[in-house]
Design a protein around this ligand. Structure first.
Ligand code: ZN
Length: 68
């Protein structure tokens, strides 16, 4: 099969599509939609992501961080 090939995502399009940050600047949980999240780690599996923790689901997830 093919070799693993990483394609850089178009972050502008992805950000406009998902908009993970809420009005208060908190990241929205992708599972329950709650803004009761907290920053868990500045570094996710990718350079462009950070790890967050949802207090509602008690689940950690990754979201794009905003630096420009
Ligand atoms: Zn949640």
């Amino acid at each position: 099969m093919g070799r693993p090939e990483r394609r850089p995502r178009d972050e502008r399009a992805a950000a406009a599509d998902t908009d993970p940050q809420g009005a208060d600047g908190r990241v929205r949980c992708p599972f329950c939609g709650s803004h009761e999240t907290e920053l868990y780690s500045l570094f996710g599996s990718q350079l462009s992501t950070s790890q967050y923790y949802c207090r509602r689901c008690r689940v950690a997830f990754e979201a794009l961080k905003w630096e420009s």
